[in-house]
Write a protein that binds this ligand. Structure first.
Ligand SMILES: Cc1cc2nc3c(=O)[nH]c(=O)nc-3n(C[C@H](O)[C@H](O)[C@H](O)COP(=O)(O)OP(=O)(O)OC[C@H]3O[C@@H](n4cnc5c(N)ncnc54)[C@H](O)[C@@H]3O)c2cc1C
Length: 402
């Protein structure tokens, strides 16, 4: 039988995390019923909450836990993958907001040179840079290697022209990491470079795309004669495809996600078993009998999600970068999020459809209907579920390309 219990060293580490939380986690950030169940973050932050968030961030930075996997010289804590999991677990259980460093930092750690590490990593730790991802284009999503945004060498600069789409957070970011075509004659995976540049570089412009739940997360990003120093290329010029792929492996591994999902399920279970909610009728308006069994299925799946994460962690502990294993985690976790949302709205019947945060009849301020809508995109972002299955088929199972 596999024993998932903490080893004695892990118990000691877990106790130190608990102690750190008791000493440093601001009360103002304790999760409440007003918080978003998917991100565990409040949808609307008050000034007091913003101040508490800053205080919490500073405590994490001082401890090196803002970038737990990174070496200490770059502001990390050199934690092992299992220690990171324990830290993530505590963060999720306490409903603490996820503050950390972007995956681009981990990519620079693998492929960047020393100058790039010194230039880009410390500002990420201090929270001074906010990054967005310039990969997808109107004609290049799943077939990302067909991208056409062109970067032409001119002395010590590249000059970029073209367009990206679905750029999450580009309107809030001050830096972009992008894949651009530097050699149009080479085979399509070969002529691509991974470039970093500030969003205020002349010639970069951003246009919003509004989603179906009325939120502004996406943008189109345009480049007109944008000059970027050649030294901002991460890894070899024309070999950026492999740098970009490392980034996606980090993005897809998401080892903290499984724990967050268990916490979301607990919130749903607590709501539907709350006597006050039962007497109001809101928590038993759906199909409680069928919903009850579905909820059990979701808990079984939560155990599967945890096991998949454990696998990724054990690979990382051996210094490996999970590839098709990360695709398994990504496909499973994102489809699982959708199933959780579906179970919730089914259990809550017509009330489950209410999304208005202020309406007195909206269960948990409309969080489940919002989650139902917002998780639709999860199986598309970072590579669709079909693409993850293609990766698993070819690299994991050795099946021929479809
Ligand atoms: C929430 C969200 C955030 C995002 N953020 C960013 C971002 O910050 N930066 C960025 O660059 N991009 C971002 N994207 C874009 C995302 O990476 C693309 O949407 C995704 O890769 C799919 O590309 P596409 O939309 O062009 O769909 P297409 O590639 O056109 O696919 C359409 C359909 O065809 C299927 N399909 C395509 N090829 C195959 C195949 N070979 N085998 C089987 N099925 C196939 C797909 O699975 C899909 O169902 C984001 C997307 C979402 C939803």
């Amino acid at each position: 039988m596999v024993d998932f219990a903490d080893s004695p060293e892990q118990q000691v580490f877990r106790a130190s995390v608990e102690e750190f939380f008791s000493d440093n986690f601001p009360e103002a950030l304790e999760m409440s019923k007003n918080d978003d169940p998917r991100t565990m973050r409040s949808v609307k932050n008050t000034p007091a909450k913003e101040a508490a968030l800053k205080e919490w961030r500073t405590a994490l930075v001082d401890k090196g836990w803002i970038a737990p996997a990174w070496p200490k010289e770059y502001g990390g804590a050199d934690l092992s993958p299992m220690e990171q999991f324990i830290l993530n677990e505590t963060i999720a259980v306490r409903g603490a907001p996820r503050v950390g460093v972007p995956d681009v930092g981990s990519t620079i750690m693998v492929h960047g040179n020393d100058d790039q590490k010194k230039e880009f990593l410390p500002p990420m730790v201090r929270g001074e840079t906010r990054w967005c991802q310039g990969y997808s284009e109107p004609g290049s999503g799943s077939d990302l290697a067909s991208l056409q945004t062109r970067a032409v060498r001119d002395g010590d600069d590249f000059v970029i022209n073209g367009q990206k789409i679905w750029t999450s957070g580009a309107h809030l970011a001050n830096w972009m990491f992008a894949l651009v075509r530097t050699d149009p004659e080479a085979p399509k995976h070969r002529g691509i470079t991974y470039l970093l540049f500030p969003m205020n570089t002349p010639g970069v412009s951003v246009r919003p795309l509004i989603q179906m739940h009325d939120q502004h997360g996406f943008n189109e990003t345009f480049f007109e004669d944008v000059r970027v120093p050649v030294r901002n290329a991460v890894g070899e010029i024309d070999r950026g495809w492999y740098v970009g792929a490392t980034h996606l492996d980090f993005e897809r591994s998401s080892i903290g996600m499984a724990v967050g999902q268990e916490r979301i399920l607990d919130a749903l279970r607590e709501f539907v078993t709350d006597p006050a909610e039962k007497s109001s009728g809101r928590s038993r308006s759906g199909r409680p009998d069928a919903g009850r069994l579905e909820l059990v299925d979701r808990y079984i799946e939560a155990s599967v999600a945890r096991t998949l994460s454990q696998r990724v962690i054990s690979m990382q502990a051996r210094g490996l970068i999970p590839n098709y294993e990360a695709s398994m985690t990504k496909a499973f976790n994102t489809e699982f999020m959708q199933r959780i949302a579906r179970t919730a709205v089914q259990l809550l019947g017509k009330y489950g459809d209410l999304r208005d945060r202020e309406h007195p009849r909206s269960p948990m301020r409309g969080r489940w209907a919002t989650m139902y809508l917002s998780t639709v995109s999860a199986t598309i972002a970072g590579g669709t579920s079909e693409i993850q299955r293609n990766v698993i088929a070819t690299r994991g199972l050795g099946l021929p390309r479809g």
